[in-house]
Design a protein around this ligand. Structure first.
Ligand code: AP5
Length: 192
């Protein structure tokens, strides 16, 4: 199963991907996590990305595509994957489509987690207190939500037009949301 999770910052992509990974037995590929690992390692790429991420802006498409090509070249993705945090604009959606077709692994399904903005802000504020992520401050959160609305929301239409999109209510307990996603993807798994 090759699945992409879409949704605004705080919608629960990372939370649900961690659960789906065990359920589907495929790796979870989070571009946010890959970038944070580069920042933590102090690599050249990490140094380039650090300030951009802290401001809540998008890291360059070229960096992201290179990172993904590298990740998809590893053998653990042969049986599928859950992608979280990419694509974030239409150029990335086109690049991903081309990359996956080139490696013979086209996307099966896109799930959009829908959550009202007030709840997104509340969840991120909770995480800011618990974890202190560099981009969870109010100013960066406002920027991330704006970037989502302007650059990432059109990606949802991209997957709708490809007949691959399902929208899942992301409000409720983590278990409830997980059950909804599993119910949504089950028919696709059976066909696959
Ligand atoms: P990224 O790490 O992808 O951050 P994001 O999209 O802003 O997403 P979040 O991690 O905030 O939210 P999430 O939807 O994963 O929710 P989560 O499960 O964590 O990207 C960070 C940055 O990296 C970007 O801003 C950009 O700079 C850069 N970047 C990454 N990808 C890029 C790309 N493709 N191109 C360019 N730049 C890129 O949940 C949030 C909180 O809510 C948690 O505390 C969680 O415990 C809680 N929660 C989750 N579900 C529930 C629930 N059902 N009930 C109650 N609480 C819940």
């Amino acid at each position: 199963m090759r699945l992409v999770l879409l949704g605004a910052p705080g919608s629960g992509k990372g939370t649900q991907a961690a659960r789906l990974k065990d359920h589907l037995q495929v790796p979870h590929i989070s571009t946010g996590d890959l970038l944070r690992a580069e920042v933590a390692a102090g690599s050249k790429l990490g140094l380039e990305a650090k300030e951009v991420m802290a401001r809540g802006e998008l890291v360059s498409d070229a960096i992201l595509l290179g990172m993904l090509e590298d990740r998809f070249s590893r053998p653990d993705t042969a049986g599928g994957f859950i992608l979280d945090g990419y694509p974030r604009n239409l150029a990335q959606a086109d690049a991903l489509d081309a990359l996956l077709n080139r490696i013979g692994q086209p996307m099966d399904f896109a799930v959009q987690l829908e959550v009202a903005t007030e709840l997104l802000v509340e969840r991120i504020a909770g995480r800011a207190q618990a974890e202190g992520r560099a981009d969870d401050n109010p100013e960066s959160v406002r920027k991330r939500l704006h970037v989502y609305e302007t650059s990432t929301a059109p990606v949802i239409e991209f997957y709708r037009q490809h007949g691959q999109l399902t929208v899942v209510d992301g409000v409720g307990t983590m278990d409830e949301v997980f059950t909804r996603i599993v119910e949504a993807i089950e028919p696709v798994r059976e066909v696959g």
